[in-house]
Ligand binder design. Structure first.
Ligand SMILES: [Zn+2]
Length: 356
């Protein structure tokens, strides 16, 4: 063996021992919008089966709207968490887990319980314990920022009243220095989808759910300051997977359609969960989808549409068509009635005059 081959062999051994060239991957299973109602069995089973079948999942993120309003005794949420078992998990709440489902003190208690699971919780190393609605922790070579959204008082000018994270959480996030660790952020309510009152209907049509008004209060800027590369959102039932890029190369990923129960928008026939593989060296993610009918489909990344960040491809569904048709038909009928009344009134007036 001549000397160049010796050098190559030595380099190979050194590289193999140091792990150089290997990329660390963290695998997450991300779901939201389960909207568990009276009979959550199918959804719970789907989550359990997906976890069993996936293998190698490092942690589960449940990103809000876990139940659909009142959940006496936390029965439905308890069944969902039981399906996750001892797997490290991060649990966030959404607008449907709001004060009607859990009183504020219940939310706080549940959150504290999640964060306190020793040794298994994703948030176990979070010294801040989710205070002020912000979780900020480093685990497994990954930095995770989570903003608790969805049940705070509605802001005055938001038509639908979906609010973003508490001001304290946003302020704290904006104060944190950028991190060299690959940083992901999770929140249920999208920071900004609807730019104006006029786009409210448009947004609702696109997303199969009432979209949130501009409620960011500096969330995007805070995410940028914190060095976030990927944001995972719930609430939006129309988008799934990686849909568009926000400014400054923050990738946006939606995880709606988690449960079979869905709610009235037709999402009930299919439940989906995102498989997210994070390369912590390059901070790139690969997103796949597990659903009722197809499993582990390759990445569903969709090219960024040529629209402002508050928009996405227009989509008509039954809800959207009804939302347009019903007001239209009502307006037409009202107009026709007014016209008919006017004609009849004038006709009557003219006949009275001619009789005189
Ligand atoms: Zn929601």
């Amino acid at each position: 063996m001549c000397w160049p081959q010796w050098v190559c062999l030595l380099l190979f051994i050194c590289c193999a021992q140091s792990g150089y060239g290997e990329s660390a991957t963290v695998n997450l299973l991300v779901g939201s919008d389960f909207h568990l109602r009276r009979n959550p069995a199918r959804t719970v089973e789907f989550l359990r089966d997906t976890l069993d079948g996936a293998g190698g999942v490092d942690a589960v993120v449940l990103n809000g709207d876990l139940v659909d309003y009142p959940d006496p005794g936390h029965d439905r949420l308890g069944r969902l968490l039981a399906a996750v078992g001892d797997m490290p998990r991060l649990v966030l709440f959404g607008n449907h887990d709001g004060d009607d489902a859990f009183r504020p003190e219940d939310r706080a208690r549940l959150r504290a319980a999640e964060l306190a699971i020793p040794g298994v919780s994703l948030a176990a190393q979070d010294e801040l314990r989710g205070a002020d609605g912000l979780v900020d922790l480093v685990v497994g070579g990954l930095r995770v920022i989570a903003l608790d959204t969805g049940s705070r008082r509605p802001a005055m000018f938001h038509v639908n009243g979906y609010d973003t994270a508490p001001e304290k959480a946003i302020r704290r996030m904006r104060q944190t220095a950028p991190h060299s660790t690959c940083t992901l952020a999770f929140m249920h309510i999208p920071p900004c989808e609807i730019c104006s009152m006029l786009t409210e209907l448009d947004g609702s049509l696109r997303e199969s759910v009432s979209a949130s008004m501009p409620n960011d209060r500096g969330v995007w800027e805070g995410l940028q300051q914190a060095g976030v590369k990927h944001v995972f959102l719930g609430h939006d039932h129309g988008n799934l997977g990686t849909v568009l890029d926000a400014p400054d190369d923050i990738s946006v990923h939606y995880s709606g359609r988690g449960g079979f129960e869905g709610y009235y928008v037709g999402a009930a026939n299919q439940a989906s969960l995102l498989h997210v593989a994070v390369d912590t060296d390059t901070c790139t993610v690969t997103v796949g989808v597990s659903s009722q009918t197809r499993a582990h489909v390759a990445a569903t990344s969709i090219a960024k549409p040529d629209v402002p960040r508050c928009g996405c491809p227009l989509k008509f569904d039954s809800f959207g068509i009804l939302a347009v048709l019903v007001p239209g038909v009502v307006s037409l009928l009202t107009g026709a009635c007014s016209l008919l009344s006017l004609v009849l009134y004038n006709g009557k007036k003219n006949s009275t005059r001619s009789n005189k």
